[in-house]
Write a new protein. Structure first.
Length: 624
């Protein structure tokens, strides 16, 4: 039995030219908002001369909607504006009125003057068109569907699917993409008719057609011969400015894992405020997973006011159905659990706004795979003639299965021969052996190479010469926008917390693009320039700490915790009947988890169990 999810969500929704003859607009809007789990009393509707309807739920009244001269704007987020005049105008009249003023002055180009987190919808009756746009990094989101000659939109995929002209039919490809990526990457969604915007994307809707384009792209243009001391000074100035922009008189706290980014944000928050910062940290009573001591080191170093909570297996069991119910699409990142408890800890402490350190790895070179892939790239720099002559001999060498060094060398060569970005997924079982995992009928209904195609599109569209910068750009689009930000934003919303991301300040991100790849990953050293620049600010232990984060010991706890085992067993029993995953694979997975590597196989078990729990809560009426 899944408990009813509290109505703790906010967003906008509506349509342009979509048929609503079979229902009153107010009823349609109510259904769309209810699908996003908004309380009925939170819904505010504005009809636009009958041709369009715009609504908001859980958004501050008076700030989300504006209309003038036949143009209506719906707005969600916390933007910044170019110029003091626009900043003042937005403070006085609200972001929707400011966006409307910009649109009336500059047309579609108005989004280029917006900074910060936002989702904006413009309905222009003068030209019978609409425009949708989100911020540069996908902090906010927008989904849409074309329905006949109309457009339906919303900040929730479920709210769009709830419109009578769209429907909730599940997309097999969306299901596959979830299993492959552990989330559903944009532009697809879990619903067949619904799409979502990528970061910095605009959808222009005219004459029944939706056209997608980007209003901003990340530039990677290293400044040759730059003075690194001056760059370090600029970095520190931009970091301070970024944190200052996220605090505005409210009581603000910070997530603190003890890593580089969260420590930097926490330290700057206290320095700017001139008093100890409230920091919130999560621990696990499981060997190899608990990093509370690093958070305590940072807390002592910056004299923060620490708040701690240790997540238990019972917390995880209670959170599993809650998380499945909270997201509008299946979401398989298990660290949503500690994120939720950390946000709830802040709420209980009376801290309504939290600063998160997400984004630093993707702009300054902090993910371990960047260094690992550099090793594979070295092989490709060997003379082609040498590789061509040596590979047949090496890969066919007898005794490779017995001699460990030779076996490792063969494995290295085989991986190195796969070009990026596909090489990043060579470990992925759905890429290697999909027929052993998925039911035959389901596998026949999808395109197994689509996730790689989406990655390749982003890779090819990146204006960077180095593999490191290209991987970072790929992570900005996929790992950050569709995974990390979705995790933090939704869990904070569920806990009743407003979250902000100072390291995704546009000035800071664009500065990172001027750094040389070697300043980000030097040899096998991650975040070389960032750590060197903050060596006298951060604790020494933080500088040398290996990246970890809020990793959840789910697989470890699953080996002995009966309630978790019961949840997984029930989920797998139901999932086996859906003809998505092969029942024999589910049995094998549980067996290997018990006998071999609990943590490794625990990740896949979590992803599959969350899929089934999501389907139970959201989609059982589809028959899937």
């Amino acid at each position: 039995m899944i408990e009813k999810l509290p109505a703790t969500t906010s967003g906008i929704c509506g349509w342009v030219n979509a048929t609503t003859a079979h229902a009153h607009p107010q009823d349609v809007v109510a259904g769309m908002a209810a699908a996003a789990r908004a309380a009925p009393t939170d819904v505010e509707l504005n009809d636009v001369a009958g041709a369009a309807s715009l609504a908001a739920y859980g958004v501050p009244r008076g700030s989300w909607f504006a209309m003038q001269d036949g143009v209506a704007v719906a707005f969600k987020g916390r933007p910044r504006w170019n110029g003091a005049e626009m900043e003042r105008y937005a403070r006085e009249l609200g972001p929707a009125a400011a966006a409307l003023r910009l649109y009336l002055t500059t047309g579609d180009a108005f989004v280029q003057d917006l900074r910060g987190a936002f989702a904006v919808v413009v309905v222009d009756r003068r030209s019978a068109r609409a425009l949708l746009a989100i911020d540069r990094f996908g902090i906010e989101r927008l989904c849409y569907a074309t329905a006949g000659d109309g457009l339906v939109f919303g900040t929730s995929a479920e709210s769009v699917a709830a419109h009578p002209d769209v429907g909730r039919t599940l997309d097999p490809q969306g299901l596959f993409n979830y299993l492959f990526c552990h989330m559903v990457p944009a532009p697809g969604t879990i619903f067949a008719q619904v799409r979502k915007l990528l970061p910095a994307e605009v959808v222009s809707f005219t004459e029944g057609k939706a056209r997608r384009s980007f209003y901003w792209r990340m530039h990677y243009e290293p400044t040759g011969g730059a003075n690194e001391a001056q760059q370090a000074e600029q970095l520190r100035r931009l970091l301070r400015q970024s944190v200052e922009r996220t605090i505005d008189g409210e009581r603000v706290g910070a997530f603190l894992s003890g890593g580089t980014d969260s420590s930097t944000v926490a330290g700057l928050l206290g320095e700017i405020r001139g008093r100890p910062a409230d920091t919130f940290s999560i621990g696990f009573a499981a060997e190899g997973f608990d990093e509370m001591e690093y958070a305590r080191i940072t807390g002592r170093h910056f004299a923060t006011r620490p708040h701690e909570y240790y997540v238990t297996p019972d917390d995880v069991a209670a959170a599993m159905p809650l998380i499945a119910a909270a997201y509008d699409e299946p979401f398989g990142n298990a660290s949503a659990v500690p994120t939720y408890h950390c946000a709830r800890l802040a709420r209980e402490a009376g801290v309504p706004v939290m600063l998160a350190g997400d984004g630093g790895d993707e702009i300054f070179g902090g993910n371990a795979r960047y260094a690992k892939q550099k090793l594979f790239e070295l092989y490709l720099h060997l003379p082609a003639a040498l590789r061509k002559a040596a590979e047949p001999l090496l890969l066919a060498a007898p005794g490779a299965g017995v001699l460990a060094p030779l076996r490792k060398l063969q494995g290295y060569v085989r991986q190195a021969r796969v070009p990026l970005p596909a090489r990043l997924e060579t470990y992925n079982l759905l890429h290697r052996i999909p027929s052993e995992i998925l039911a035959p009928g389901f596998l026949a209904s999808v395109e197994p190479e689509e996730p790689l195609r989406l990655m390749q599109q982003t890779w090819d569209g990146t204006g960077a010469a180095s593999a490191v910068d290209r991987m970072m750009h790929l992570d900005l689009r996929f790992t950050l926008a569709d995974n990390d930000l979705r995790k933090v934003c939704r869990m904070c919303e569920l806990a009743g917390i407003d979250v902000r991301f100072p390291l995704l300040d546009e000035d800071l991100v664009e500065f990172s693009g001027t750094l040389a790849p070697e300043q980000k990953v030097r040899g096998q050293a991650l975040r070389h320039f960032f750590k060197r620049s903050l060596g006298d600010f951060l604790p020494p232990e933080t500088i040398v700490k290996q990246k970890h984060g809020f990793g959840l010991p789910f697989g470890h706890w699953l080996t002995s915790h009966r309630r978790l085992q019961a949840i997984v067993d029930d989920a797998f029993t139901s999932l086996a009947k859906r003809e998505i995953v092969r029942p024999d694979y589910l049995r094998t997975l549980l067996d290997r988890h018990a006998r071999e590597h609990a943590t490794y196989f625990g990740v896949t078990i979590w992803v599959l169990a969350q899929l089934e729990l999501w389907l139970q809560h959201h989609a059982d009426d589809t028959g899937k």
